[in-house]
Design a protein. Structure first.
Length: 156
């Protein structure tokens, strides 16, 4: 019985190692976006809308780290602060990625405050993937920006 248990353990360990190696090889062309765990989250989901004003257009695509395929229907929650550094609902939005994993958000140019550069906080949530907290910092004075956000699949 002890030999059988040892053999089964070895098979499971080997299978896990092979699965991890295969995932790593498949993901080399699509490294996951590095998470930024800071942001004004925990205030509920922002309203579903693609625009909160004019001045800056942010577009992006949501991809899987497994195969670089788009993740349709991913929810992208965006939060901007006002000039005093306060995050208010009026400067927040939720957009959904289309069938090609693309999203579009328009708002005023993000505010800089307390020595921090202008930025927008994002939380991306998609079924079967780990949630991603990230931040977008536009080039100074730019009216457009683009992001590529790559999600990790949830651990089984």
């Amino acid at each position: 019985m002890s030999r059988l248990r040892g053999a089964l353990t070895m098979v499971v360990v080997t299978a896990c190692a092979l699965a991890a190696a295969t995932t790593a090889v498949a993901a080399t062309g699509c490294p996951p976006t590095v998470a930024d765990a800071f942001g004004p989250f925990g205030r509920g989901s922002p309203p579903l809308r693609a625009s909160i004003g004019k001045g800056h257009l942010l577009t992006g695509v949501i991809l899987s780290s497994l195969d670089c395929r788009p993740i349709p229907g991913a929810r992208v929650e965006l939060w901007q602060s006002n000039k005093k550094g306060n995050y208010v609902r009026a400067l927040s939005a939720t957009v959904l990625a289309d069938r090609n994993g693309r999203f579009r958000f328009e708002g005023p140019y993000p505010a800089a405050y307390e020595g921090r550069p202008a930025h927008i906080h994002l939380r991306v949530v998609a079924r079967g993937y780990e949630p991603l907290l990230s931040r977008y910092e536009p080039a100074r004075g730019s009216r457009r920006g683009a992001m590529r956000l790559v999600l990790l699949p949830q651990a089984v």
